[in-house]
Design a protein around this ligand. Structure first.
Ligand code: ZN
Length: 167
């Protein structure tokens, strides 16, 4: 397993050193979303362009990332951007759920309550690819918030979009 951990570490460091989709987008039309993890001091700023009239047909046409923080938070935001850019909002939500399941399955195992079977269902049929590299983070529970910061920030932004569309 040492070989796999080395590979994971390399993927994380690669995203940290050469973050994808860094920058800003004009607001509006883009939305600016900000997230902060006080436990570690990580800051994430997302610029998200969503195209499409209906909530179902909406696509994340562009996404840029700013902010600063530890290697885990920055690598995770870079990986997230690469994973959801160009995807539909529905696909992005699926990925967010799957990624958070990946993080919390291990969390619940660490805490010894259950084996996370419900969460495993969320992961079914979702390809996480490089994102699986971040599962090593769960060995350090205080870092899980670092890894999920960008994802929670995006999820919040998408939910606000949906509630605006509904009102
Ligand atoms: Zn952090």
């Amino acid at each position: 397993m040492a070989g796999l951990e080395d590979l994971y570490r390399e993927i994380i460091l690669d995203h940290y050193r050469s973050p994808r989709n860094r920058g800003e987008l004009p607001v509006p039309p883009a939305r600016k979303l900000e997230g902060f993890n006080p436990l570690c001091g990580d800051e994430i700023v997302l610029y998200v362009d969503v195209d499409g009239e209906t909530t179902e047909g909406a696509v994340i046409s562009d996404l840029r990332i700013g902010g600063q923080g530890c290697s885990i938070s920055q690598a995770s935001s870079s990986m997230m951007g690469a994973a959801v850019r160009g995807k539909s909002v529905a696909e992005a939500r699926k990925l967010i759920r799957a990624f958070k399941a990946l993080m919390s399955i291990h969390e619940s195992r660490l805490e010894g309550d259950g084996d996370g079977e419900d969460l495993a269902a969320e992961l079914k049929g979702v390809k996480l690819g490089d994102l699986e590299a971040l599962q090593g983070v769960v060995k350090f529970p205080v870092r899980i918030k670092c890894a999920t910061l960008a994802w929670n920030t995006l999820a919040q932004g998408l939910d606000e979009d949906a509630s605006e569309a509904a009102s």
